[in-house]
Design a protein around this ligand. Structure first.
Ligand code: SF4
Ligand code: SF4
Length: 752
């Protein structure tokens, strides 16, 4: 695209009062760009000024020198054929200026703030020069049918809702009939006021609605053997439930093995799978997948003192439901919610609010079926969220239901009855209960735990990766993106995503169905579905220089890259979430996006003016995650907290996209330090791209060693974790790093 630039400097929001406008215009001029000012660029008149320049003077690339790129996004979008770049001088410089203090006069601060703002404009001008318009990746064919895996409440609801929205659906259930676990329920928990009464199951009505829907094809006694392809064009191979197929348990191939396979030193254990899939005439075409395969009861046999597996009348909650449906409910039942024994305060594995509420439901069966029935609920944690608190209160008010916090120490058989021993009760008395049956609150283990339920024909293996982080739950970010798994186009709902009761499951299924539809529509438009919804860019590879090192393939959090027969990465753009992790990983620097590239960010780094004769003016580059840390910085600025004005911030899609060459660029251009601000990682990770910040931390560890060998202190590079809510502490985090750099002194290579 032949570009004509226009630089637009806003003087509103305090910008005009704080900054040297002539100086800013001079910066634009140094890039041969003409600058105009306006008192409020975001106003109708301000935007009209820009539109007029586009219409009359052919401007097609606008540099908006004003507020944060996080605000007025739509207002500064001038169409798909125009480029807009933002220089954040409002939050980034003016609003985040430090307050005058001892040794720092207002004049000094004004000088530093102007230097900062001018650097931001320099970076934006360079960004505008380097940025190209994205060209959306379009599939040759698009399949809009949705595959729903699982015929329980979640799957049935997802199928029904997707069909209601006009989509064709294929629903696959491994059992011979639809309905899932709900088929075995005697009653449902309350779904409406007064939230105390059990309800008749509605599962049959749901099954009937689905089977009667002409848009839904139901395949029972069927399993998914394999899913190949990508969003918009998945190929699904089915098999009869319980049978073996050649797709079962394909091997996961690690980086070392990939290398050996590529060099012909090892046979690919999965050779032929993908090519077979591509030519498999029986493969069914779908555009997206809803994963609703539910959960299995957790194993409780490890708690020997409770007698499960040894004593006939010690059963799980799932077994008790079956007995209750058959009308075999004894008169005296103890519901044990926690293992007790040595595990004092612990729950059974995978226990949750649903298992609490199931105990309350099943206690009612005891009362309904026996005039003198007594139900004892012994718990450590009773969880009844929302309106279900009324359900709990209803149980408390029932004369035959006894609830107490207690540690169960043993269950034994005596004279045909069971004796439950418990201590640490609310009454501070030890308990000995004589009952007919003991019911253990077995938790709900997602079907994705430990097994490749989804059977993907992907280079990174058939299952979702790293699920141990989430105890096997198929989710990529609980906090921000429910339903989204680590495989784009596959949306989880119900028990496979988290422990949900029926009402939550229905909500969940609607959400997953909507995401599946959004995914297909986004693939059709050639744009990202999430979290960068609508982004028309995608990674492009300059394969002539690819060394087939496979770092990109291995590090892509979403399995977007396969290999071709020679071991070269084979991109699947509709699987891609545009995080840039592959770009950050590539040592050859041959991966780039039209609007985000190694060259673009590297050039922005180099655009920062680094004074080489003023020891007070250290320069530190900060690559800041645009999802969490950058908003935290904006919020700090909005509250006028003051950010260190020696630091130059560049927002990045994810810390995973930070290529270490940018750090080298920064230090070799005389900068004194480089800071990466990203999301929390580890067990409670918050990274939108799963592990970008963790990868960046590892890479920075490596580059630290390289710097050491060059005579530069590794401490000049740092990674800090910032949550979006930590706007109040982020200035101190930055200051602390700056103080560390000051302690090291200026970069010894400055000026060389
Ligand atoms: S941009 Fe992210 S999702 Fe896309 S291929 Fe690269 S690493 Fe994978
Ligand atoms: S990281 Fe770069 S060099 Fe390595 S395989 Fe991927 S594209 Fe090729």
């Amino acid at each position: 695209m032949s570009k004509k630039y226009g630089v637009y400097i806003c003087t509103g929001c305090g910008i005009g009062d704080a900054l040297d406008l002539e100086g800013l215009s001079g910066v634009a001029g140094s890039y041969s760009m003409t600058a105009k000012t306006h008192e409020a660029l975001c106003s109708e008149a301000g935007r009209q000024m820009i539109k007029d320049d586009m219409a009359n003077d052919g401007v097609n690339t606008a540099v908006i020198c004003a507020c944060s790129p996080r605000v007025w996004k739509n207002e500064f979008n001038f169409g798909d054929d125009k480029i807009t770049v933002r220089a954040n001088v409002r939050e980034g410089a003016v609003w985040s200026a430090e307050q005058p203090s001892e040794g720092r006069t207002a004049e000094t601060i004004a000088e530093y703030t102007n230097e900062l703002a001018q650097d931001y404009l320099r970076m934006a001008c360079v960004q505008a020069q380097k940025m190209e318009l994205p060209e959306p990746y379009k599939l040759e064919t698009i399949n809009k049918r949705i595959l729903v895996m699982g015929g329980g409440i979640a799957g049935l609801t997802a199928a029904k809702e997707a069909a209601k929205a006009g989509c064709e659906v294929m629903l696959v259930e491994k059992e011979p009939q639809l309905g899932g676990k709900a088929l075995g329920w005697r009653k449902q928990m309350p779904t409406k006021a007064p939230w105390t009464d059990l309800e008749e199951p509605t599962i049959q009505a749901l099954v009937s609605a689905v089977t009667a829907d002409p848009k839904i094809t139901v395949k029972t006694a069927t399993e998914v053997a394999r899913i190949a392809g990508y969003p918009g064009d998945f190929q699904v191979t089915l098999k009869a439930a319980g049978t073996k197929s050649e797709w079962d348990a394909p091997a996961k191939v690690g980086v070392d093995e990939q290398d050996k396979i590529a060099k012909g030193q090892m046979e690919d254990p999965n050779a032929g799978l993908n090519s077979y899939m591509e030519s498999n005439p029986d493969a069914e075409k779908v555009g997206a997948v809803v994963l609703a395969t539910g959960w299995n009861p957790a194993d409780v046999s490890e708690f020997e003192h409770l007698g499960f597996g040894k004593l006939a009348n010690v059963v799980t909650n799932a077994q008790f439901e079956k007995l209750a449906k058959e009308g075999k409910v004894p008169a005296n039942v103890a519901f044990v919610m926690s293992p007790g024994g040595e595990q004092h305060d612990k729950d059974f594995p995978y226990c949750n609010s649903v298992t609490s509420m199931v105990a309350l439901k099943q206690a009612q069966y005891v009362r309904q079926d026996n005039a003198d029935g007594k139900a004892y609920i012994l718990y450590q944690h009773m969880r009844t969220p929302g309106n279900m608190e009324m359900f709990y209160k209803g149980a408390q008010n029932n004369d035959g239901i006894f609830l107490t916090k207690a540690t169960v120490t043993g269950v034994a058989e005596e004279g045909g009855a069971l004796v439950v021993q418990a201590k640490d009760t609310l009454l501070q008395e030890n308990l000995e209960l004589k009952v007919d049956m003991v019911v253990l609150a077995a938790g709900m283990v997602p079907t994705t735990s430990g097994a490749p339920t989804i059977n993907l024909s992907y280079r990174q293996g058939p299952a979702f990766l790293d699920l141990e982080l989430f105890d096997g739950y198929a989710d990529s970010n609980f906090i921000c993106f429910p339903y989204e798994t680590r495989r784009t186009g596959v949306y989880a709902c119900g028990g496979v995503r988290k422990a949900t009761d029926m009402v939550e499951t229905i909500d969940d299924a609607c959400g997953a169905a909507l995401k599946a539809i959004q995914c297909i529509e986004s693939a059709d438009r050639g744009v990202a579905v999430h979290p960068r919804s609508g982004d028309g860019s995608y990674p492009e590879f300059f394969f002539q220089r690819c060394t087939q090192c496979k770092r990109c393939t291995e590090e892509c959090p979403f399995g977007a890259l396969d290999d071709d027969a020679k071991g070269t990465p084979k991109p699947n753009p509709t699987r891609c979430r545009r995080c840039g992790t592959c770009m950050g990983a590539c040592p050859e620097r041959i991966i780039s996006f039209k609007n985000y590239s190694i060259d673009m960010i590297g050039s922005m780094v180099k655009a920062v003016e680094v004074p080489d004769d003023d020891e007070d003016k250290l320069r530190i580059i900060a690559f800041v995650c645009e999802n969490d840390a950058y908003p935290a910085l904006d919020m700090a600025a909005m509250r006028k907290l003051g950010l260190n004005n020696l630091v130059r911030v560049i927002p990045v899609r994810c810390l995973g996209s930070v290529n270490m060459v940018w750090i080298k660029d920064a230090l070799s251009s005389g900068m004194d330090g480089a800071l990466l601000l990203g999301c929390k990682f580890g067990d409670d990770y918050q990274c939108h791209f799963v592990k970008g910040s963790e990868l960046a931390d590892k890479r920075m560890g490596n580059i630290g060693e390289t710097l050491g060998s060059l005579g530069l202190e590794p401490e000049r590079c740092g990674v800090r974790q910032v949550a979006i809510s930590e706007w109040d502490t982020v200035p101190a985090v930055i200051n602390e790093f700056v103080e560390e750099i000051k302690g090291l002194g200026p970069n010894p290579f400055k000026g060389f």
